[in-house]
Ligand binder design. Structure first.
Ligand SMILES: Nc1ncnc2c1ncn2[C@@H]1O[C@H](COP(=O)(O)OP(=O)(O)OP(=O)(O)O)[C@@H](O)[C@H]1O
Length: 522
């Protein structure tokens, strides 16, 4: 599978490497593993390598200089390419660019095939050593045994209390830097991949273990695989098919060991200086985490401002980004979208409006009914008094007070037509009876209850759906986030966003919105 990512921008022509010189053979330790040992790369036709074309990239826009400048590199399938260069020259960044961790400003990188990566800083998660090596892959006993052997872990397993089932990490045993590095390398090589990116895996181990790892693991076990090996150790360069020398984020020279040697380039001089300096501090400081991070910080600071004062160059805690003030309409839109779609939001709103309408109609009906009862008693009194008078003047009047109070208007209307005012008769006729009022009111109350329950049900199910969708999208983003993100955001902050923000979305937000809607209803 070919993965290609290209970032638009002007491509500058590749700068030619400066004059370099290959170290004399006496200065570097020779290897038993030579390029000839490898499978013929031309045999591998189904696997593609890595093609890097005019890549310019920087970790942050704030940095004054590019981390990588106009880097071009062609790693052919099955090749072992060694990337060397002074500290901070961008070797790790180059691997990160291939892994898409480092965004490109311009240029393109094509990666053909699956990639396995061993980072410069070895890491372990809480679990057994075996789980750390398998890293979720199915157990292939044969491959696992081979990996353990080529990564020189057999002796360590004998020393560990429960062999490769020993728990490491929190509450588990503490491993040495070399053991951590070898387990990290074992994890990377156990994975079946076409391309292996190995970031300085040999520097945390002593010389003869390093040689074992290089010969048995990188050269033999990974034979035929495309390998990009970042290293500070010159003694392994001869075995590489191709050597890339990086300096200040630029490719200073590239070619096979012999080509560079013949061309008389002085990379060895430069690297010698580097390697010697490194060797002297190798066993004491080189691999402590604090030293590594110190070095990175130092580079960053020096890149940010060479002339800044001591106070200014002190690292500042980067505050978490937080938006303040009015909530943008986009946030509401995003929340509604997470809760379903426009139709669902519309339905929820409609049910709310209907419920409110039912409540208002209920109130109106109650006041109407009260008025009706008042009028009824007034009119009935008036009619009663009219009938009383008619009875005195006209003895033929058959209507009694009892007749007037009856609701059957046809019965008494005939009798009182001569004595009762017509307006009273009209009014009495359109007045709904008390039973009708009660029935309408009961209907309205039932309607109010149903609509209120429905609106609450729809509203909370929309909120729950929004909450689940937001959590899922947050989780899928975090599980696909780059290592840069985790490097730059403390895990506590990430956990806080998950617990506090999701808690607010789950619990506080629906209640507040409900209060808000009810307040609007009043
Ligand atoms: N994750 C990161 N975030 C921000 N800046 C980084 C990151 N990684 C590296 N850098 C910066 O990029 C520059 C190149 O560093 P890089 O680690 O690529 O160099 P390197 O050649 O691998 O060094 P070393 O030999 O010490 O491993 C440095 O200035 C460093 O501060």
């Amino acid at each position: 599978m070919m993965t290609t990512f290209t970032v638009g921008g002007k491509h500058r022509p590749l700068e030619t490497g400066t004059e370099m010189q290959v170290a004399k053979s006496s200065e570097v330790e020779m290897n038993t593993c030579t390029p000839e040992d490898h499978t013929n790369v031309n045999d591998i036709v189904d696997v593609k390598g890595i093609k890097i074309a005019n890549v310019t990239a920087r970790w942050s826009e704030d940095l004054p200089e590019n981390t990588l400048t106009d880097v071009s590199l062609d790693v052919r399938p099955g090749e072992l390419v060694a990337v060397v260069g002074p500290v901070g020259s961008g070797k790790t960044s180059l691997l990160h660019a291939i892994l898409k961790e480092l965004p490109l400003n311009s240029g393109s990188i094509s990666v053909g095939g699956s990639v396995s990566y061993a980072s410069q800083e070895p890491w372990l998660f809480t679990g057994s050593v075996r789980q750390n090596i398998l890293f979720g892959q199915p157990m292939d006993r044969n491959r696992y045994r081979q990996v353990v052997r080529v990564c020189a872990l057999e002796r360590d397993f004998q020393l560990l209390p429960h062999g490769d089932r020993t728990i490491v990490g929190e509450r588990g045993v503490t491993l040495s830097g070399g053991q951590r590095a070898r387990i990290s390398l074992a994890r990377a090589v156990y994975k079946q991949a076409e391309i292996y990116l190995l970031d300085d895996p040999l520097s945390a181990v002593d010389a003869h273990v390093g040689r074992h790892l290089f010969n048995d693991c990188i050269c033999d076990f990974l034979q035929g695989k495309t390998r990009l090996l970042v290293t500070h150790q010159l003694q392994y360069l001869q075995a590489a098919d191709n050597i890339v020398i990086l300096n200040n984020g630029m490719v200073e020279a590239t070619g096979a060991y012999n080509e560079l040697h013949v061309s008389g380039l002085s990379f060895a001089k430069q690297l010698d200086l580097e390697v010697n300096t490194k060797d002297s501090e190798h066993h004491s400081l080189r691999h402590s985490d604090s030293e590594l991070s110190l070095r990175k910080t130092k580079h960053q600071n020096s890149q940010t401002s060479e002339h800044s004062s001591v106070e200014e160059s002190e690292p500042k805690q980067i505050a978490e980004m937080r938006t303040r003030g009015r909530v943008r309409s986009g946030v509401y839109r995003a929340y509604c979208a997470a809760g379903g779609n426009c139709l669902i939001t519309f339905i929820v709103l409609s049910v709310f409006i209907l419920a409110q309408l039912a409540v208002s109609v209920g109130d109106y009906w109650m006041s109407f009914w009260t008025n009706v009862e008042e009028r009824r008693s007034l009119v009935s009194n008036r009619i009663a008094s009219s009938i009383d008078g008619a009875a005195i003047n006209d003895t033929t009047t058959q209507l009694t007070e009892m007749d007037v109070t009856t609701t059957d208007t046809s019965e008494w209307k005939l009798g009182v037509s001569t004595t009762i005012a017509p307006t009273d008769v009209t009014e009495w006729s359109w007045m709904p009876s008390t039973e009708t009022c009660i029935l309408v009111y009961v209907g309205l109350v039932i309607g109010i209850v149903v609509l209120t329950l429905a609106s609450a049900f729809f509203f909370f199910s929309m909120c729950m759906r929004a909450s689940i969708n937001l959590h899922n999208s947050m989780f899928s983003s975090i599980s696909r986030a780059t290592m840069w993100f985790f490097n730059n955001n403390p895990s506590g902050q990430i956990l806080n966003r998950f617990t506090k923000d999701m808690g607010a979305i789950d619990e506080t937000l629906p209640g507040t919105m409900m209060d808000c809607v009810q307040w609007l209803q009043w």
